[in-house]
Design a protein around this ligand. Sequence first.
Ligand code: AMP
Ligand code: ZN
Length: 119
Amino acid sequence: MTAAHAGDCLFCRIVRKEIAAKILFENERILAFEDIRPRAPVHVLVIPKDHVASLNEAPEGAEALLGEILLRARALAREKGVGESGYRIVLNTARDSGQEVFHIHFHILGGRRLLWPPG
Ligand code: AMP
Ligand code: ZN
């Protein structure tokens, strides 16, 4: 999406397999893995392999990649068995959202009743 993989970025390091993760899906463009601190029975992260800090930094032209991530999240939700019971896709962006890792990532949360609105 943007420049090279950032050397000190946690999720870039997972992409490069320098840090272990429980990988559920991978292709040339995207990677999906289990969240290390699950907030629900199903908690998966889906990321683009190329570094981009957040949705705010996603460039024009990223439509296809972002759409692919969203549809892959749907497929993963189905594979995890929550496609019908329900799930939430979360894209935390910048300070007030609580974003902690500045490599864009879509959360898939499911397997329990999720509160609305979120805190
Ligand atoms: P956010 O608050 O939206 O930036 O979410 C960051 C997510 O990354 C949190 O849910 C963390 O539990 C998760 N996380 C942090 N480090 C790792 C890791 N090494 N492997 C998998 N997930 C991680
Ligand atoms: Zn990164």
